[in-house]
Design a protein around this ligand. Structure first.
Ligand SMILES: *Cc1c(COP(=O)(O)O)cnc(C)c1O
Length: 386
């Protein structure tokens, strides 16, 4: 039997050190709970960064994966498979009505969106927003205007312009040479910062005037996280294309670029591709996830639970600002370091959360979380912050 110390040593020896790991070794999950190697139970208010949104090992997701894994795991995009087609039909019907390109991750969905926009405009600039995050591959990284992430990997892909989230900046940046504006309606990795709706509206208008594509990155905000199936459903601004990933596969790797009807003929056979993307097992899992997250009753519940969590956070010591849309919550703390709070919450209170910066903590509980679990998480945070 391996001890936790041994596992940490083996990890350090064999895994390239790109992740600053927190001291927990999880072996099992169910609903909003995780269990570690010693059987200790944790409340999971991070859900693998909004991946396990329907809860760990949701029975319908597990059943869909088991059934598909025992039938057919992989063929190739050289052939037709049914789960992929059914999933694409569901995604277009619940969003933008056009066609879908499947990927294995969020960054790859962003890459597909960037390639589509440049192919449609025969080149052109991509306008992105300060503080945004779109992934770690070269195109997605070039769209992520954060010095610490970009600088060590220069030179990046050319043709990206980063602007602050203001109407004037967007109007100034979008020109006839713009291929796309790429933006998260609510920035996740930067600590849950909603983009003002008038900025999204200005981007919509500027894209219409200049023939550019408005692309929403809904990788973190989508699939009912904010209390709407897609965040833009509540904003009154419709993009031309959007990316999704994270929660889509219920824990299996899958992402997608979803378009409206304006891009039907842009990509031709051979223009883009992926060996694994749209495989039967992740698509079967995603169909089960959609059965759960498309339910309007869940959306109402997510809004109510999010409001409860926000109200509770606002009463805690050392908490300054709380930013919340549905169950996507970021809050700032003073006189303590957010990474220390997160570590103490994990070790002392068995609450899983995440620090997105030196003074910002993010909570992304499962959408199936209960009132009592919300209250328990608040008690655990109070114990760490007091
Ligand atoms: C997580 C995330 C990505 C990157 O997704 P990966 O699956 O890690 O490649 C891109 N955009 C947003 C908004 C994200 O939250």
């Amino acid at each position: 039997m391996t001890t936790f110390d041994e596992l940490q040593d083996l990890d350090r020896e064999a895994i390239i050190g790109t992740y600053a790991r927190l001291p927990a070794w999880f072996v099992r999950g169910e609903g909003a709970r995780l269990w570690d190697h010693e059987g200790a139970e944790y409340l999971d208010f991070l859900t693998g960064i909004s991946v396990s949104s329907v809860g760990h090992c949701h029975p319908k997701v597990v059943e869909a994966i088991r059934e598909q894994a025992g039938t057919l795991i992989h063929t190739s995009n050289l052939f037709y498979t049914e789960p992929m087609v059914r999933l694409a039909q569901r995604l277009r019907a619940n969003s933008l009505g056009g066609r879908v390109f499947f990927t294995n991750s969020g960054a790859e969905a962003v890459e597909a969106a960037l390639k589509l926009a440049r192919r449609a405009k025969r080149g052109g600039d991509i306008v992105v927003v300060h503080g945004g995050f779109h992934g770690r591959t070269y195109g997605a990284l070039s769209a992520t205007p954060q010095e610490s992430k970009q600088e060590p990997f220069a030179p990046l892909v050319p043709g990206f312009t980063a602007v602050p989230p203001t109407v004037d900046a967007v109007n100034h940046a979008v020109t006839e040479n713009t291929a796309a504006v790429l933006v998260e309606p609510i920035q996740g990795e930067s600590g849950v910062h909603p983009i003002p709706v008038e900025v999204l509206r200005a981007a919509r208008e500027a894209c219409d005037v200049h023939g550019a594509a408005l692309i929403f990155d809904e990788i973190q905000t989508g699939l009912a996280r904010t209390g709407a199936l897609w965040a833009w459903h509540d904003l009154g601004v419709e993009p031309d294309a959007m990316t999704t990933a994270k929660a889509l596969g219920g824990g299996l790797p899958i992402g997608a670029l979803v378009t409206n009807g304006g891009f039907e003929e842009v990509f031709q056979a051979g223009d883009h591709g992926s060996t694994f993307a749209g495989g039967p097992v992740p698509c079967a899992a995603a169909l089960a996830v959609l059965d759960i997250v498309e339910d309007p009753a869940l959306h109402e519940r997510v809004k109510a639970l999010g409001a409860r969590l926000k109200a509770g956070l606002e009463t805690l010591p050392r908490v300054t600002t709380v930013r919340q849309r549905g169950l996507m919550v970021g809050f700032d703390v003073e006189a303590v370091k957010a990474p220390d709070v997160v570590r103490n919450a994990l070790v002392e209170q068995r609450l899983v959360a995440n620090a997105t910066g030196p003074s910002t903590i993010r909570l992304l509980p499962p959408l199936i979380v209960g009132e009592q679990e919300i209250d328990s998480a608040l008690d655990r945070l109070a114990a760490v912050l007091t």
